[in-house]
Every structure is written in C-alpha cells, then in structure tokens.
Write a protein that binds this ligand. Structure first.
Ligand code: UD1
Ligand code: UDP
Length: 353
C-alpha cells in the first residue's frame, strides 16, 4: 500500500509519527509538509526529535488568510497527488492542511482517510470545527479516537465509514512520557524544578485576536499564585506586542519560545495545573493526570470534562484564577481514548480498504 500523508501544523507532526512508524515495515509512505508551520520551533524541532523523515514534498505555503492558505495548499498538492498516485491520502486533525488534503483527494477520486474523525465542539465560528465537519463528510475512511466521536458520526449519518481505532495522541504520549524525564532538562533550565508551577499555552484566534479576552487571560496569568511557564505561540506574541502587553508578560511570566514535544511533555507532567486553549494539550493533560483549566467555553474532548480533569472557564480573570487555585482531589481516571495502539489499528484499517 502507498500512503500519502499530509501534515503541516505542529500537532500533526506529533499525531502522525506513531502511524509513520507503524507503516514502515510493510508499506510505502510519501510525506507531504504543506509548510503551514515553518518556524524551527513549530516544525523542524519535531522532525528532529521524533526522527521523522525529511518530507518528500514541502509545499511551502506559509501564512495567509484561511482562504488563500487553503487554496494555495490545494493548488500545490494536486499535481503531487496526480504524480504519486497513492492508494490512500492520510490526514490528521482539523487544520487548513487537513481540509486542503481532503478536498484534493476527493476531487482526484483517491481514498481519503481521516485520523481524529468525529470530533465536534459545536462551535461553528472556529475554523477547526468547519474543517472537521467537511473533512469527515468527504473522507472515505474515518478513524475515531473514542466512542463519543463515533456517536457524532452516527448522528450525521456517516458512521458506516467509521472505525474506532483509539487516539494516536495516546500512543504518542506513552512513548514520549517514557523518555521525556530522561532526555529533557527543561524544568532545570527554566529553574522551576523545585516549586509548584503552572504551564500555560494560548493560541486560539478567539483569545488572541480579542483584546478584552487576551487582556483578561494575561491578568489571570500575572496574578497566578505560582510561577507560570509560558511557551508563546508566534500568533500570541504578535497580538501581545500589538496590544502593548508584551513587556508586562515577558517580565511577569517565565516566557519561552514554543518548546519541543519532549520538553512540553516534561513540563506538562511536572506542572501543578495547565491553563490552555489548545485541543491537544487538554487531552495530554488528562493522559498525564495534570488538572487542566481550559480558556474556552466548549471543547471537542468532552470526556476530559466529564471525568473531572478539565474545567472550561472561558476568558474571565476571576474564573481562571479560581480554577487555578481550586483544591483538586484527583477523580477516577478511566481511559476513553483507546489502549495506546491506535496507530497499528489505523494501518490495519487502511490496508483493508
Ligand atoms: C493552526 C491551526 C490550529 C492549530 C494550530 C496548532 C488552522 C485554521 N489553524 O493555528 O487549528 O491549533 O495551528 O498550533 O489550521 N506563524 C509564525 N510561524 C509559523 C507559523 C505561523 O510566525 O511557523 C504565525 C503567522 O503570523 C501566522 C500565525 O502564526 O499568521 C498563525 O498561523 P496559522 O498556521 O495560520 O494558524 P495557527 O494559529 O498556528
Ligand atoms: N506542544 C509542543 N510545544 C509547545 C506547545 C505545545 O510540543 O510549546 C505540543 C503539545 O504537546 C501537543 C501539541 O503541541 O501535542 C498541541 O498543539 P497546539 O496546541 O499548537 O494545537 P492544537 O492541539 O490546539 O490543535
């Protein structure tokens, strides 16, 4: 089987590596990087530490509006799909790189497979929600990470294409957690190894592009009762600079550039709380049993909230601070996201197509 994998943004490098490893013994993989993320710390660092092959094709699209970025990806990907003639186009998650691959594959009559299918937050103003819905509806093979995702596809009448494989991010973190403590010295480098600390990430346009929300989040982080380690996404740094908040943030928080995956897993495992608007980080916090405070009103990873490990607080300063300071009695920790061998299952599903 020849699989053409499309990745482009940070979480996709992480989601794809377990499947790349599972494909290696018996199948051919062509790796396409759209170039959606291009900074060293959002892209190359993952290829180096996860030992990913240099992409066979880099579309080099860079940053732009959603329409231009997605259109440019499609224009550059289409001739590659025609030339490579893969059996399957394999897509991850919910970014513009995902939907571009889905539309190109559907128009070329190539089997399209979507990993992380079936997730819904119900918030259609987020581009990711539209990317998920459209990708699921044009894809031929839908690999869901959990039962709730499969149910969502049933409601939309497309569960006949679904296989509940479990979540590749659980595979990834099981591998990373084993070696992060050995290979990462990030907590020592940042000087937070002895005391409780909070880890924070913010990058959703809803938070970065709304000055009131961003300001309220920053206030909460500056007033947090413990040091806050803040790996800053470039979108967020740009917004903070625009709003003249960067100096206060750089002074009051332990800011770093975005860090590699092993460093991030080490930080997340060591943190007393994580405060985030990331999709993947909510779930990784659940895997590592670090209580999560989510700066959104809704989530697609509903199990993390239902089981008591994740609080959806939005972007109000007081609510964020209350959630950071709230006493936490670790609740039971079921595992709704599979058993850590989703990648092997996905390869089996693809091979039977
Ligand atoms: C994208 C995804 C989002 C995902 C996130 C992972 C979409 C619609 N959004 O959001 O779902 O959660 O990736 O991190 O696909 N930039 C740089 N260097 C880079 C890349 C981006 O400086 O290497 C800056 C640019 O100013 C760019 C901005 O960040 O305009 C946003 O980048 P973009 O890829 O459009 O969206 P993300 O916010 O990263
Ligand atoms: N991550 C990382 N370094 C960082 C911040 C996040 O390696 O500085 C990893 C994190 O472990 C997770 C993924 O990036 O696997 C989440 O990506 P992001 O928050 O950018 O996107 P989302 O999951 O919201 O789409």
């Amino acid at each position: 089987m020849k699989v053409l994998t499309v990745v482009g943004a940070r979480p996709q490098f992480i989601k794809s590596f377990p499947v790349t490893r599972a494909l290696q013994p018996d199948h051919d993989e062509v790796l396409v990087h759209t170039g959606q993320h291009y900074d060293q710390e959002l892209s190359d660092v993952f290829f180096e530490e996860l030992d990913l092959r240099v992409p066979d094709h880099n579309l080099g699209v860079g940053s732009s509006t959603h329409a231009v970025q997605t259109g440019e990806m499609m224009r550059r990907l289409d001739p590659i799909v025609a030339a490579e003639a893969p059996d399957v186009i394999l897509l991850y998650g919910d970014t513009n790189s995902t939907i571009a691959g889905a539309l190109v594959g559907a128009n070329r009559d190539t089997t399209v497979a979507h990993v992380e299918a079936g997730l819904r937050s119900g918030e259609r103003s987020m581009p990711e929600e539209i990317n998920r819905i459209v990708t699921d509806h044009v894809a031929d093979v839908l690999c869901t990470p959990c039962e709730a995702a499969t149910r969502n596809l049933e409601r939309e009448g497309i569960a006949d294409r679904a296989s509940e494989t479990g979540d590749v991010m659980y595979d990834a973190i099981k591998w990373a957690d084993r070696i992060a403590h050995r290979e990462s010295d990030i907590v020592e480098r940042l000087g937070v190894d002895d005391d409780p600390f909070v880890l924070a990430t913010v990058h959703r346009p809803r938070n970065t592009d709304d000055p009131d929300r961003l300001n309220a989040i920053v206030e909460a982080l500056l007033q947090a009762p413990a040091p806050v380690v803040f790996p800053v996404h470039p979108r967020t740094e740009a917004a903070l600079r625009d709003q003249n908040r960067w100096a206060a943030v750089a002074e009051g928080l332990e800011c770093t550039d975005p860090v590699g995956y092993l460093d991030f897993v080490r930080l997340l495992d060591g943190a007393q709380r994580v405060v985030t608007d990331s999709g993947g980080v909510q779930k990784e916090a659940f895997f590592l049993e670090t209580p999560c405070v989510t700066l959104r009103e809704e989530t697609e990873w509903t199990e993390t909230v239902q089981h008591g490990w994740n609080a959806l607080v939005g972007a109000g300063t007081e609510r964020i601070l209350d959630a950071i300071a709230a006493p936490f009695d670790a609740p039971a920790h079921p595992q709704p996201y599979g058993d850590g061998s989703a990648a092997e299952r996905i390869v089996e599903v693809l091979a039977t197509e």
